[in-house]
Design a binder for this molecule. Structure first.
Ligand SMILES: [Zn+2]
Length: 239
Protein backbone atom coordinates (compact mmCIF):
# COMPACT_ATOMS: atom_id res chain seq x y z
CA UNK A 1 0.00 0.00 0.00
CA UNK A 2 1.12 3.54 -0.74
CA UNK A 3 -0.47 6.64 0.71
CA UNK A 4 -0.20 9.85 -1.23
CA UNK A 5 -1.09 13.28 0.14
CA UNK A 6 -1.57 16.17 -2.24
CA UNK A 7 -0.74 19.47 -0.56
CA UNK A 8 -0.69 22.31 -3.09
CA UNK A 9 0.54 22.89 -6.66
CA UNK A 10 3.37 20.34 -7.07
CA UNK A 11 3.65 19.39 -3.41
CA UNK A 12 3.05 15.77 -2.47
CA UNK A 13 3.95 13.26 0.22
CA UNK A 14 4.32 9.56 -0.49
CA UNK A 15 4.26 7.11 2.39
CA UNK A 16 5.63 3.66 1.72
CA UNK A 17 6.14 0.95 4.31
CA UNK A 18 9.18 2.50 5.99
CA UNK A 19 9.62 5.82 4.25
CA UNK A 20 7.96 9.14 3.95
CA UNK A 21 8.98 11.09 0.84
CA UNK A 22 7.98 14.72 0.46
CA UNK A 23 8.29 16.55 -2.87
CA UNK A 24 8.25 20.29 -3.66
CA UNK A 25 6.30 21.32 -0.56
CA UNK A 26 4.79 24.77 -1.14
CA UNK A 27 2.74 26.79 1.34
CA UNK A 28 2.34 29.97 -0.73
CA UNK A 29 3.66 32.27 2.00
CA UNK A 30 2.29 30.12 4.81
CA UNK A 31 -1.31 30.11 3.53
CA UNK A 32 -1.42 26.38 2.84
CA UNK A 33 0.78 24.78 5.44
CA UNK A 34 -0.96 21.48 6.10
CA UNK A 35 1.73 19.07 7.20
CA UNK A 36 2.24 18.14 10.87
CA UNK A 37 5.59 16.43 10.51
CA UNK A 38 5.57 15.02 14.07
CA UNK A 39 2.95 12.48 12.98
CA UNK A 40 5.47 10.79 10.72
CA UNK A 41 8.39 10.41 13.11
CA UNK A 42 8.24 6.59 13.01
CA UNK A 43 9.33 6.62 9.35
CA UNK A 44 12.44 7.80 7.58
CA UNK A 45 11.61 11.21 6.12
CA UNK A 46 13.29 12.50 2.98
CA UNK A 47 12.38 15.91 1.57
CA UNK A 48 13.01 16.60 -2.12
CA UNK A 49 13.24 19.97 -3.87
CA UNK A 50 13.45 19.85 -7.66
CA UNK A 51 14.61 23.45 -8.21
CA UNK A 52 14.72 26.89 -6.65
CA UNK A 53 11.53 28.48 -8.08
CA UNK A 54 9.35 29.78 -5.29
CA UNK A 55 6.40 27.55 -6.23
CA UNK A 56 8.62 24.47 -5.64
CA UNK A 57 10.98 25.53 -2.89
CA UNK A 58 9.59 26.73 0.44
CA UNK A 59 11.93 27.29 3.38
CA UNK A 60 9.23 26.01 5.70
CA UNK A 61 10.71 22.54 5.07
CA UNK A 62 13.70 23.38 7.24
CA UNK A 63 11.52 24.04 10.30
CA UNK A 64 10.73 20.33 10.34
CA UNK A 65 14.27 19.49 11.39
CA UNK A 66 13.60 21.11 14.78
CA UNK A 67 11.01 18.39 15.39
CA UNK A 68 12.78 15.54 13.58
CA UNK A 69 16.56 16.10 13.62
CA UNK A 70 17.33 13.08 11.42
CA UNK A 71 15.19 14.32 8.52
CA UNK A 72 17.11 14.28 5.21
CA UNK A 73 17.03 16.83 2.37
CA UNK A 74 17.65 16.09 -1.28
CA UNK A 75 18.08 19.44 -2.98
CA UNK A 76 18.76 20.24 -6.59
CA UNK A 77 22.11 22.02 -6.69
CA UNK A 78 20.50 25.34 -7.66
CA UNK A 79 18.77 25.44 -4.24
CA UNK A 80 20.55 27.26 -1.42
CA UNK A 81 19.39 25.95 1.96
CA UNK A 82 19.47 27.90 5.19
CA UNK A 83 22.86 27.73 6.86
CA UNK A 84 21.87 25.74 9.94
CA UNK A 85 20.27 22.79 8.20
CA UNK A 86 21.85 19.32 8.50
CA UNK A 87 21.65 16.17 6.36
CA UNK A 88 21.62 17.93 3.01
CA UNK A 89 22.32 15.99 -0.20
CA UNK A 90 22.86 18.31 -3.15
CA UNK A 91 22.05 16.62 -6.44
CA UNK A 92 22.81 17.29 -10.10
CA UNK A 93 20.96 15.95 -13.12
CA UNK A 94 21.97 12.70 -14.84
CA UNK A 95 23.19 10.94 -11.71
CA UNK A 96 22.20 8.16 -9.33
CA UNK A 97 22.36 8.64 -5.57
CA UNK A 98 21.66 6.36 -2.64
CA UNK A 99 20.48 7.29 0.84
CA UNK A 100 20.41 4.08 2.90
CA UNK A 101 18.06 1.85 0.88
CA UNK A 102 16.52 4.67 -1.19
CA UNK A 103 17.82 5.02 -4.76
CA UNK A 104 17.41 8.41 -6.43
CA UNK A 105 17.96 8.98 -10.13
CA UNK A 106 17.94 12.56 -11.44
CA UNK A 107 16.92 13.83 -14.87
CA UNK A 108 17.69 17.11 -16.59
CA UNK A 109 14.81 19.54 -16.41
CA UNK A 110 14.24 21.64 -19.52
CA UNK A 111 13.23 24.46 -17.17
CA UNK A 112 15.36 24.49 -13.98
CA UNK A 113 16.89 21.81 -11.78
CA UNK A 114 15.96 18.15 -11.91
CA UNK A 115 13.23 15.55 -12.06
CA UNK A 116 13.38 12.62 -9.64
CA UNK A 117 12.91 8.87 -10.08
CA UNK A 118 12.95 7.36 -6.60
CA UNK A 119 12.96 3.70 -5.60
CA UNK A 120 11.93 3.01 -2.00
CA UNK A 121 10.37 -0.09 -0.42
CA UNK A 122 10.12 -1.70 -3.88
CA UNK A 123 8.05 1.18 -5.20
CA UNK A 124 9.03 3.52 -7.99
CA UNK A 125 7.99 7.16 -7.76
CA UNK A 126 8.50 9.85 -10.39
CA UNK A 127 8.27 13.56 -9.64
CA UNK A 128 8.78 15.80 -12.67
CA UNK A 129 9.55 19.09 -10.96
CA UNK A 130 9.33 21.49 -13.91
CA UNK A 131 10.43 18.96 -16.53
CA UNK A 132 7.57 19.25 -18.98
CA UNK A 133 6.63 19.59 -22.62
CA UNK A 134 6.31 23.38 -22.37
CA UNK A 135 4.71 24.18 -25.70
CA UNK A 136 3.69 27.85 -25.40
CA UNK A 137 1.37 29.24 -28.01
CA UNK A 138 3.02 32.43 -29.23
CA UNK A 139 6.59 31.18 -28.77
CA UNK A 140 8.55 30.63 -31.95
CA UNK A 141 8.79 27.17 -33.52
CA UNK A 142 12.46 26.82 -32.82
CA UNK A 143 11.95 27.36 -29.10
CA UNK A 144 9.02 24.97 -28.87
CA UNK A 145 10.83 22.29 -30.88
CA UNK A 146 13.93 22.60 -28.71
CA UNK A 147 11.91 22.19 -25.51
CA UNK A 148 10.02 19.22 -26.96
CA UNK A 149 13.24 17.51 -28.00
CA UNK A 150 14.80 17.95 -24.56
CA UNK A 151 11.65 16.63 -22.92
CA UNK A 152 11.44 13.50 -25.04
CA UNK A 153 15.12 12.76 -24.61
CA UNK A 154 14.81 12.74 -20.81
CA UNK A 155 11.56 10.75 -20.69
CA UNK A 156 12.95 8.18 -23.14
CA UNK A 157 15.68 7.38 -20.60
CA UNK A 158 12.95 5.95 -18.34
CA UNK A 159 11.23 3.87 -21.01
CA UNK A 160 12.16 0.54 -19.38
CA UNK A 161 10.96 1.64 -15.93
CA UNK A 162 7.69 0.62 -14.35
CA UNK A 163 6.49 3.57 -12.32
CA UNK A 164 4.01 3.02 -9.52
CA UNK A 165 3.18 6.67 -8.93
CA UNK A 166 4.03 9.59 -11.24
CA UNK A 167 3.54 13.32 -10.54
CA UNK A 168 3.33 15.17 -13.84
CA UNK A 169 2.61 18.82 -14.77
CA UNK A 170 -0.62 19.58 -16.63
CA UNK A 171 -0.46 23.35 -16.79
CA UNK A 172 -3.63 25.12 -17.98
CA UNK A 173 -1.58 28.13 -19.10
CA UNK A 174 -0.39 26.01 -22.02
CA UNK A 175 -3.99 25.98 -23.35
CA UNK A 176 -4.62 22.92 -25.57
CA UNK A 177 -0.99 21.83 -25.09
CA UNK A 178 -1.51 21.22 -21.35
CA UNK A 179 -1.64 17.46 -21.97
CA UNK A 180 1.50 16.98 -24.08
CA UNK A 181 3.91 16.18 -21.24
CA UNK A 182 1.59 13.69 -19.56
CA UNK A 183 0.56 12.18 -22.89
CA UNK A 184 4.15 11.47 -23.87
CA UNK A 185 4.95 9.84 -20.50
CA UNK A 186 1.85 7.66 -20.56
CA UNK A 187 2.62 6.47 -24.09
CA UNK A 188 6.33 5.87 -23.43
CA UNK A 189 6.54 4.46 -19.90
CA UNK A 190 4.42 1.98 -17.96
CA UNK A 191 2.81 4.16 -15.27
CA UNK A 192 0.29 2.68 -12.87
CA UNK A 193 -1.04 5.89 -11.27
CA UNK A 194 -0.50 9.43 -12.53
CA UNK A 195 -1.27 12.52 -10.46
CA UNK A 196 -1.71 15.79 -12.35
CA UNK A 197 0.13 18.72 -10.77
CA UNK A 198 1.22 22.31 -11.39
CA UNK A 199 -2.33 23.28 -12.34
CA UNK A 200 -2.56 26.56 -10.37
CA UNK A 201 -5.69 25.59 -8.37
CA UNK A 202 -7.60 24.84 -11.57
CA UNK A 203 -8.99 21.55 -10.29
CA UNK A 204 -11.22 21.32 -13.32
CA UNK A 205 -8.19 20.23 -15.34
CA UNK A 206 -9.03 16.65 -14.33
CA UNK A 207 -12.42 16.83 -16.06
CA UNK A 208 -10.82 18.37 -19.12
CA UNK A 209 -8.34 15.50 -19.18
CA UNK A 210 -11.04 12.86 -18.86
CA UNK A 211 -12.92 14.30 -21.83
CA UNK A 212 -9.83 14.89 -23.96
CA UNK A 213 -9.77 12.32 -26.76
CA UNK A 214 -5.97 12.13 -26.51
CA UNK A 215 -6.22 10.51 -23.03
CA UNK A 216 -8.48 7.62 -24.08
CA UNK A 217 -5.92 4.87 -23.47
CA UNK A 218 -4.67 6.00 -20.08
CA UNK A 219 -7.30 8.22 -18.46
CA UNK A 220 -8.24 5.41 -16.03
CA UNK A 221 -4.77 5.70 -14.52
CA UNK A 222 -5.08 9.44 -13.86
CA UNK A 223 -6.08 10.37 -10.32
CA UNK A 224 -8.70 13.03 -9.63
CA UNK A 225 -7.45 15.62 -7.16
CA UNK A 226 -10.35 17.60 -5.70
CA UNK A 227 -8.77 19.77 -3.04
CA UNK A 228 -5.63 20.64 -1.10
CA UNK A 229 -4.44 18.34 1.66
CA UNK A 230 -6.21 15.38 0.07
CA UNK A 231 -5.19 11.83 1.02
CA UNK A 232 -5.16 8.96 -1.48
CA UNK A 233 -4.78 5.36 -0.36
CA UNK A 234 -3.46 3.22 -3.17
CA UNK A 235 -3.96 -0.48 -2.56
CA UNK A 236 -1.32 -3.08 -3.31
CA UNK A 237 -3.24 -4.53 -6.27
CA UNK A 238 -3.39 -1.09 -7.92
CA UNK A 239 0.37 -0.51 -8.02
ZN1 LIG B 1 6.97 25.34 -11.54
Amino acid sequence: MIQVTYFHHSGFMVETEKNCLIFDYFTENGKYDFLDISKYSSKKIVVFVSHFHQDHYDRKIFDWQKTIPQIQYVLSDDVTPIRTVQNVHKVHFGKIYQIDDIIIETFHSNDEGVAFLVKADNKVIYHAGDLNWWHWNGENDKFNKGIAGMYKKEIDKMKDSVIDVAFVPVDPRLEENYILGLDYIMKTIKVKKAFPMHFWKKYDIYNTLQKDERSVNYRNCVVSIQHMNELFVIKEEEV
